[in-house]
Design a protein around this ligand. Structure first.
Ligand SMILES: [Fe+2]
Ligand SMILES: [Fe+2]
Length: 328
């Protein structure tokens, strides 16, 4: 119970924003919002349950929350650009909301399978209650499309590498491609910095790199994430997503360079620099103080970093709605 309250407390302030992207008339907008909220509520209940059984860091929850919201926004944008039918649009939206629903109860390489399992539960519930999504009935066929799109969202280059080079099921139809592209687009930006900072293993790797390169760990974390980001325009499948990807990669690069040039990493990570200095002086072996690792993954650091990303974006004249999508 205590932990369940904790989950709500962590995710509450970051309500999923969907209203601003709707370009529909009032009535349709309300209906869509209601349908979307029903699915989001289903997923949130699942997250809450999984969190109570296996609590993860507050950072991870916030990252997931932000990610889910960005993917949904991009998916709705792509639905319009790809002119999908009402049925396919419903499938895309439901699959998008559920695509990472298994993240708190499985490992990274199999979270699609958990997601399929949870989405099955949702579809069965909707069918039993005869509830529709935006007036669309979730038939067996449509349900199948939803499950397939979740199953086929996995071929992010990072996951493929992590999977020993072996690819996951490929997107095959329009619904799959839009869900997949929306997820890839949401990976353009600094989102994975948050994930990387939440892992002790990566922190150690980045600190080691920093020592070798004479930089600092935070800059190396960003640089590592950037290596993945710049490739994503060749990974997305639809042409509207390719155009969006190119623009966002450009903006992300400009922000990264700005942060480097303005020495933001150094000023943010004084403690880390002190540790690096100590390690440099004391020899090669890396032995980070656990307290410092804890410190680095604290929420305040993510908020501070996001603040710096926003400032850089504004200074570069990037649209604030785009900056939102590039944040951690
Ligand atoms: Fe995923
Ligand atoms: Fe995702």
């Amino acid at each position: 119970m205590e932990q369940q309250r904790e989950y709500k407390k962590i995710v509450e302030p970051d309500k999923e924003k969907t209203a601003d992207i709707f370009d529909l008339d009032q009535e349709r907008q309300e209906r869509r919002e209601k349908s979307i909220n029903n699915v989001i509520n289903f997923r949130e209940k699942q997250y809450e349950k999984d969190f109570s059984e296996n609590p993860v860091s507050g950072d991870m929850l916030l990252n997931l929350k932000t990610h889910n919201s960005i993917v949904l926004n991009d998916a709705i944008d792509l639905i319009g650009k790809e002119k999908l039918s009402s049925e396919d649009s419903a499938a895309v939206i439901i699959a998008t909301i559920m695509h990472d629903s298994g993240k708190l109860s499985s490992d990274l390489l199999s979270h699609h399978k958990k997601g399929v399992e949870y989405a099955k539960g949702l579809i069965e519930k909707m069918q039993k209650e005869k509830s529709k999504f935006e007036g669309i009935e979730i038939t067996q066929e449509l349900g199948q499309k939803i499950l397939q799109a979740i199953e086929r969202h996995m071929n992010h280059p990072f996951l493929v590498v992590k999977n020993g080079g072996e690819r996951f099921p490929e997107p095959e139809n329009k619904v799959d491609r839009v869900v997949y592209d929306a997820d890839m687009l949401a990976n353009i930006g600094f989102k994975n910095v948050g994930f990387r900072l939440a892992s002790e293993e990566y922190l150690r790797e980045d600190s080691q790199k920093a020592i070798e390169n004479g930089t600092n760990a935070l800059e190396e974390t960003f640089a590592n994430v950037m290596q993945g980001v710049v490739k994503l325009d060749s990974v997305v499948l639809t042409s509207p997503a390719q155009k969006i990807a190119k623009e966002r990669i450009e903006d992300t690069k400009r922000i990264f360079n700005y942060l480097k040039e303005n020495k933001v990493f150094e000023s943010l990570l004084l403690e880390q620099n002190i540790v690096n200095e100590k390690i440099r002086k004391s020899g090669k072996k890396l032995n980070l103080d656990d307290k410092i690792i804890e410190e680095m993954i604290k929420k305040e650091n993510i908020i501070k970093l996001n603040g710096e990303i926003r400032k850089a974006g504004m200074a570069l004249g990037i649209d604030s709605k785009i900056i939102d999508k590039l944040m951690m």
